[in-house]
Every structure is written in structure tokens, then in C-alpha cells.
Design a protein around this ligand. Structure first.
Ligand code: 5RP
Length: 264
């Protein structure tokens, strides 16, 4: 009996250890993929005496790291425009030059992450809740480059990313907006809940986020983008249509796949 218990425990332990090893390996390859995509984009697109839009999210962390290295070794002068509180903190942490749109309304290049990129280079953004400032900064950029790991590279929106399209809204209007989106395009709309706080996520701009779980993957996303944006109380939608020139997808093996709007 005792021997049997010992064997069961050992088998369970073995299963746990191997599943931990497996998930650690996946996480490592994801982090490596993010890093190689970010480094490649910064190496190719950031130049001396330029204005650089700093995106938000975990992949952008590597881009700022690489930028800081290049600024130091190559003595570059790069003014960084943040797309979120997180981006601003990253710029400050790495002692980079912090700028703002008031003084630098024309940005040379912005490098940002994405939650999903479809075959037409349409993006879902806002998984981290920063879509409003990200879209403003992207709209001021001559060039927008996406950096992402291989899991974000999709044929159709919704193929791989299952958390829906974020919509930033004025808090008092979230219920009517929720109903209007469902009436117009179907699916289901959820108010995004905070994790370490009771109640909803409140964005950097003091708004709520609705996550629209669409069911029709063949919608005209340009039309959807413009129509939802026109609903009173909608501040921004996390659909980026015709905004991104090039996407770099880091691969598990450490290489980077490049996709451009022109190549589609
Ligand atoms: C934040 C974003 C991020 O760019 C997007 O969520 C991707 O993040 P990550 O690089 O962590 O996967 O849009 O609003």
C-alpha cells in the first residue's frame, strides 16, 4: 500500500515536472520570438535625429531595451513619444529622451505590438488597454511597424486571438454602446474587468473597455471600424485598418518573418 502511494506520487511528480518543463520551453520560445522581432525592427528603422513612437505591451519592452543599447553605443539622438503610461515609464527607466505630441506632432517611425495581424495587415490592438493613445501616435507616424511573436500572425481576424476587439468607451455610455454593437454586427460584448481591483478596467484616459467577441470573421473591417467609431460615446476601437506598413513576426527558431502591406 505504502509502495503504491509512493509510485503514484512519483508518477504525478514526473507529469508535473515534464509539463512545467514543456510550458517553460514554450514561454522561452515566445519571449525569444518577441525579442528577435523587436531587435530587428529597431535596428532597421530607428535612425539618428529622429522622432520615435514607442508602442505598448510586452514585445515593446524589448524594442526599448534595444533602442537604449543603440543610443548608448552609437550616441544617437532619438526623441521618444509614448503611447501609454507603461511606454512613458519604459522611456524614463532607460534614460531616453521623452517627447510629446505638442512639441513633436510628426513622428518618423512607431514600433508597436499587436494582438493579431490578418492577411491584409489589419490589426487588433488594445489587449493591454492602450489602443487610444496607440492609434493617435500611429496616426501621427510616417511609418508604423508591428513587432510580434509568431502566434499573432493570422489569416483572418479571430483565427488565433480569442479575446475579441477592444472598444474604449466613455463610462456612462457603455450599456447603450454594448447593445448597439451587438445589434449592428452580432456577437457578444463584455465589459473588461480589472484583475487586481474590483470592477472594470479603467484606461490611462479614465475610460472603460468593451471587448467585442465577434462571430462573423468575414466582416468588412474598414466599415466596422468607421461605423463603431461613429457611435456616440465610443472613444476608439482597436481595429487598425491601413495603418501598418510592415510586420515582423519572431519565430520559435529565432528567425524573423517579415510581411508588408505591399506584399499582400
Ligand atoms: C496594448 C497593445 C499591445 O501592443 C498588444 O496587446 C500586444 O501586446 P504584447 O506585445 O504584450 O503581446 O495593443 O494595448
Amino acid at each position: 500500500m505504502i509502495l503504491n502511494d509512493i509510485i503514484v506520487t512519483l508518477v504525478k511528480y514526473q507529469v508535473t515536472v515534464s509539463s512545467v518543463r514543456f510550458s517553460t520551453k514554450i514561454n522561452m520560445s515566445l519571449e525569444k520570438a518577441k525579442q528577435v522581432a523587436a531587435y530587428k525592427a529597431v535596428d532597421k528603422f530607428v535612425t539618428n535625429n529622429s522622432v520615435f513612437g514607442v508602442g505598448s505591451g510586452s514585445t515593446v519592452v524589448y524594442a526599448v531595451q534595444r533602442l537604449a543599447e543603440r543610443v548608448k553605443t552609437e550616441k544617437l539622438k532619438v526623441t521618444c513619444i509614448p503611447t501609454s503610461f507603461q511606454a512613458k515609464q519604459l522611456i524614463l527607466k532607460h534614460n531616453l529622451i521623452l517627447g510629446e505630441l505638442d512639441t513633436n506632432p510628426r513622428i518618423d517611425v512607431t514600433i508597436d505590438g499587436a494582438d493579431e495581424v490578418d492577411a491584409n495587415m489589419i490589426l487588433i490592438k488594445g489587449g493591454g488597454g492602450c489602443l487610444l493613445q496607440e492609434k493617435i501616435v500611429a496616426s501621427c507616424s510616417k511609418k508604423n511597424i508591428v513587432i510580434a511573436d509568431y502566434t499573432k500572425d493570422s489569416s483572418k481576424l479571430g483565427d488565433r486571438y480569442k479575446k475579441g476587439i477592444p472598444v474604449e468607451v466613455i463610462p456612462m455610455a457603455y450599456v447603450p454602446i454594448r447593445n448597439k454593437i451587438v445589434d449592428l454586427f452580432g456577437g457578444e460584448v463584455k465589459l473588461r474587468s480589472a484583475v487586481a481591483k474590483a470592477g472594470p478596467v479603467v484606461t490611462d484616459n479614465g475610460n472603460f473597455i468593451l471587448d467585442w467577441m465577434f462571430t462573423n470573421q468575414d466582416l468588412d473591417w474598414d466599415h466596422v471600424n468607421k461605423t463603431i467609431k461613429m457611435i456616440p460615446g465610443v472613444v476608439e476601437i482597436g481595429l487598425f485598418v491601413n495603418m501598418c506598413a510592415i510586420a515582423y513576426f519572431g519565430q520559435p527558431e529565432g528567425n524573423v518573418v517579415e510581411r508588408s502591406a505591399a506584399s499582400n
